[in-house]
Design a protein around this ligand. Structure first.
Ligand code: GLY
Length: 340
């Protein structure tokens, strides 16, 4: 059944930029201005201190192009009538294969100079979910998470058992060094030498949320975690309810940020519970959860989609790689704090 997305009140989420007042891309107000789409996908490529002055024009163009590749991959599924769970998987798969992002190839290294990757996926139709934590060999952790959901009676596998499971269902495996890039080796060496992490060392997780033509929500999140993390450390990305959640008619969330704080707040489930039980708008619910993260000392952001496909980007960091594409032909990418 083709589903219509209900227009929202324009009075919400109007962001003042100096003397100019604009609807923030992704705000409910911006969504309300758009033509009603049949399907929509929203992605993030990590939050953090991302300042215009620190990004060359070429780097900015590269990130925007990579975001569009991910959006296109998800949109391709949705426009053919595919499911939102296939769409979020397709979108984040491209980011796992792109070394710009901290997921799959190009992921950060642990203090033991290895990659331990985390991923999760959730289907809003029945709240089925799958995740893997600390995998070292499956080439695309999001496919392993999906396989756990589709081909096991469990929700989560960790470490060697997760890699073994991925191999047993026929997923491609690689040497751990496949994921390594010079940029991440330099970052690891710096963190080990200085014994401190910059903001960028703690960020870069990617994710997607989507709604399909039948109104089904889905969410996916995948990451290399934190530079120089202790071997065995697991962040929020593979934890259903912390970084990832999807429930039809309520909301879908994918989070990026300092994982320990997102786990402690249970960010993704908190947002969906506030929408469902407190009647919050998706933006208000996300702000509430991120305020709790900030109160504990953490930072990061979320992409959130409501039961009718309305969406928002909410972050308390200085930027977040993000974008949206839908059936009306609307495409947006953004990186910095304000409308850009
Ligand atoms: N948010 C990713 C991590 O903390 O591992």
């Amino acid at each position: 059944m083709t589903r219509a997305i209900i227009p929202l009140l324009l009075s919400l989420m109007i962001v003042a930029c100096g003397s100019e007042t604009v609807a923030e891309p992704g705000s409910e107000a911006a969504a309300a201005e758009a033509e009603t789409p049949e399907w929509r996908i929203v992605i993030h490529g990590g939050a953090g201190v991302i300042l215009r002055e620190n990004l060359s024009d070429e780097q900015e163009a590269d990130y925007r192009a990579a975001l569009e590749v991910a959006l296109d991959a998800g949109a391709e599924v949705l426009k053919e009538g595919g499911t939102s769970v296939d769409a979020v998987q397709a979108a984040v798969l491209t980011m796992e294969d792109n070394t710009l992002f901290n997921a799959g190839k190009g992921a950060v290294l642990t203090a033991a100079r290895e990659h331990e990757l985390d991923a999760s996926i959730m289907d809003g139709r029945d709240r089925n979910a799958g995740s893997v934590a600390g995998v070292k060999h499956v080439k695309n952790p999001i496919l392993a998470a999906r396989a756990v959901m589709d081909h096991s009676e469990h929700v989560m596998f960790a470490a060697q058992g997760a890699d073994d499971f991925a191999e047993s269902v026929g997923l491609e495996t690689v040497e751990n060094s496949y994921f390594t890039t010079e940029r991440r080796v330099k970052a690891l060496d710096r963190v080990l030498e200085t014994r401190s992490r910059t903001d960028a060392d703690r960020h870069g997780t990617v994710g997607a949320v989507a709604i399909d033509k039948d109104g089904n929500l889905a969410a996916a999140t995948t990451t290399g975690g934190m530079t120089a993390k202790a071997p065995g450390r697991v962040g929020d990305s593979p934890l259903i309810g912390a970084a990832t959640y999807a429930q039809n008619g309520v909301c879908a969330v994918s989070a990026t940020g300092h994982g320990e704080y997102f786990i402690r707040v249970g960010v993704a489930k908190t947002i969906c519970t506030r929408v469902e039980l407190a009647g919050d708008s998706i933006g208000a619910a996300a702000e509430n959860a991120l305020d709790q993260v900030a109160d504990l000392g953490g930072d990061g952001g979320v992409i959130v989609m409501g039961g009718e496909g309305q969406y928002d980007y909410v972050f308390n960091s200085k930027g977040m790689y993000r974008g949206m594409m839908d059936s009306t032909g609307a495409v947006e990418t953004a990186i910095f704090e304000k409308k850009d």
